[in-house]
Design a protein around this ligand. Sequence first.
Ligand SMILES: Cc1cc2nc3c(=O)[nH]c(=O)nc-3n(C[C@H](O)[C@H](O)[C@H](O)COP(=O)(O)O)c2cc1C
Length: 178
Amino acid sequence: MNVLIAYASKHGATEEIAERIGSTLTAEGFAATVRAVADVDDVSHFDAVVLGSAAYASHWMHEANAFARRHHTSLAQRPVWLFASGPLGEEKVDKQGRDVREHSEPREFEKFADLLGVRGDHVFFGKWDPDSEPVGLMEKVMDHLPGHPREALPAGDFRDWDEVEAWAHGIAEELRAG
Ligand SMILES: Cc1cc2nc3c(=O)[nH]c(=O)nc-3n(C[C@H](O)[C@H](O)[C@H](O)COP(=O)(O)O)c2cc1C
């Protein structure tokens, strides 16, 4: 069974999560292809798709959004899972008592749930290096704002690889069940 893991990533953290999902599915016996959404023209030769993006300003990146819209008919015809990489820090509950993961769900989870008939979705904690080169206009502008908002974000790698692998094993189980 051919599974596509398509991702959008600005600084590489989401790409590495996609790769780990891919290697976990490969170890489970699936033919997994990990690609940036920009490099995928056609999803029709895949039996299932896992689509993920970094979250910025509560949204998936534009290209992941565009990918889901462009391929929505084909995606709706095969099992689809969505993920995001986003929240930063060690806290699982924020100061307002909200579950950080739930509160960080990008708007696209709800937007595409019915359109694509999504089987499952997941928010993974992300990674942030404040010394990274700004990518895109928004980050360049941010570096000139008072308070330097990029530097104010919690720095570190908060990705939980056991959680990534467990989620991918769950997908493998569902695919095997048919
Ligand atoms: C300017 C900026 C805005 C961000 N906004 C959000 C957000 O709204 N929600 C969220 O969960 N994470 C947010 N993050 C954290 C990123 O999603 C996180 O660092 C992610 O792992 C980056 O993935 P990438 O390296 O694949 O681009 C933001 C990070 C930056 C730098």
